[in-house]
Design a protein around this ligand. Structure first.
Ligand code: ADP
Ligand code: MN
Length: 247
């Protein structure tokens, strides 16, 4: 049931979030089963009311989230978040491979490679990242500029500046499936339990909705390879439909 609801929500979400095209412009054909309705119909319906809002946004000093067409970036930045094991890095890798010119930042890996870890947290059984250093590094390496085109993945999302992202994907996973994945990863029983609990309480879904405009937060099931393929396609479509205000 939960799965069915997520699927339904997914189709509606993409219809709402894809940046509007100019009225009359023909949409690229969507891959089969990506949308419930024809995407260009939803887009055409969304277009007429957009211009005044856009004009207002241009005059604002700080770009607001959720108004994707007004964000001053050539390409959108995408954040993929979720409980460890839900498939963030796998999806980010696929998106970066599928979309030309996109680069990815795996925040946990970055912190490890760049020696940006703080002390080991016994309770969480993990290293705590040095957030200030990580954020500075990210800002210098793509997130701060107007080029965009970065797909970031991390099991947290409230540490990043809200303005960095145009789309926030929260991956979710069935508890039993997640348990098995984390066990295969060699996590301790305690660490597995902590993460599965995080998933049960939908911690990252809430964190994402608290930290970003809800209109750009997309919750996606990531139980199967088909889910992953579908999510990859949906993110790629979002990116390709992006209209840069700087172009
Ligand atoms: P995360 O980065 O969120 O911790 P990973 O991308 O490393 O998760 O995935 C954890 C494991 O689960 C990997 O072995 C990966 O192949 C597998 N996996 C991830 N997403 C899916 C999915 N949607 N369906 C099946 N297996 C998946
Ligand atoms: Mn990962």
């Amino acid at each position: 049931m939960r799965h069915g609801l997520l699927r339904e929500g997914r189709a509606r979400f993409w219809q709402n979030i894809i940046p509007p095209r100019a009225a009359g412009e023909v949409a690229r054909t969507a891959p089969a089963d990506s949308f419930e309705g024809a995407p260009h119909e939803a887009l055409a319906a969304a277009s007429p009311g957009e211009t005044p809002a856009l004009e207002r946004e241009k005059g604002a000093t700080a770009p607001r989230m959720g108004k994707s067409a007004a964000t001053p970036r050539r390409k959108p930045n995408v954040l993929i978040t979720g409980t460890p094991g839900t498939g963030k890095s796998s999806l980010a890798e696929r998106v970066a491979a599928a979309v030309e010119g996109f680069k990815r930042i795996d925040v946990s890996q970055l912190a490890k490679e760049q020696d940006m870890l703080e002390e080991f947290d016994e309770e969480l059984d993990t290293h705590v990242i040095d957030e200030d250093k990580v954020l500075d590094h990210m800002e210098e390496h793509g997130l701060g500029g107007d080029a965009g085109g970065v797909v970031v993945d991390y099991h947290g999302c409230d540490l990043f500046p809200e303005r960095w992202f145009d789309l926030v994907v929260v991956l979710t996973c069935d508890n039993a499936v997640l348990y098995d994945r984390l066990q295969r990863r060699g996590y301790s029983e305690k660490k597995i339990r902590g993460n599965v609990e995080c998933e049960i309480f939908q911690t990252l879904v809430e964190e994402a909705k608290d930290s970003y405009d809800e209109s750009i937060v997309k919750v996606c099931a990531s139980d199967t390879i088909e889910d992953m393929e579908e999510n990859e396609k949906a993110v790629a479509e979002f990116v390709e439909a992006w209209k840069s205000p700087l172009a």
